[in-house]
Design a protein around this ligand. Structure first.
Ligand code: GDP
Ligand code: MG
Length: 162
């Protein structure tokens, strides 16, 4: 079976946009309104001759326990089934309480975790990303899923970790 890369993070941070950027086509549903992508969709992806399965998560309807619990549960399942995790945060918002829940889970896994700071559309935003070191997940990787900025560098490192 192919190695699995899972993309986790709360709604609206740009997980599906990143999937589309990696696939080079528009398959994952990108929505301004959180709640569109169905739970866990798998895609066949390739970078530098390395094939892998890319798993997009999220878009679930928050259950009675709320959005925090739903995001955490999805992240938990994704972490379990994957080989490498891409944890996406919105660099314009910074880490939220929901992000912190996922961070707790990620700190416990021995699998490689890439902290992806999305929506860094411009170089001037890049210094702000340094504050994400405080999450304790290592180096933040600034990208713009929308424009493609930083995505090649990120993927180089992700396939290296497979
Ligand atoms: P998801 O819920 O995490 O899958 O997020 P989506 O991929 O559906 O994106 C949510 C919103 O963020 C959409 O309006 C996207 O157009 C926007 N978005 C995603 N990536 C970027 C980015 O790199 N830069 C900017 N400015 N907006 C982005
Ligand atoms: Mg989505």
């Amino acid at each position: 079976a192919l190695p699995v890369v899972a993309i986790v993070g709360r709604p609206n941070v740009g997980k599906s946009a990143l999937v589309n950027r990696i696939l080079g086509r528009r398959e994952a549903v990108v929505e301004d309104v959180p709640g569109v992508t169905r739970d866990r969709v798998s895609y066949s992806a390739e970078w530098l001759d390395t094939r892998f399965t890319l798993v997009d998560t999220g878009g679930w309807e928050p259950d009675a326990k709320g959005i925090d619990a739903s995001v955490a549960l999805q992240a938990e399942v994704a972490i379990e089934l994957c080989d490498v995790v891409m944890f996406v945060v919105d660099s314009r918002v910074g880490p939220t309480a929901t992000d912190e829940r996922v961070v707790q889970l990620l700190r416990r896994t021995k699998k490689p975790v890439f902290l992806v700071a999305n929506k860094v559309d411009d170089a001037v935003q890049e210094p702000e990303v340094a504050q994400l070191w405080s999450l304790g997940l290592g180096e933040p990787h600034p990208v713009s899923a929308l424009h493609g900025r930083g995505v090649a560098d990120l993927l180089d490192q992700v396939v290296e970790a497979l």
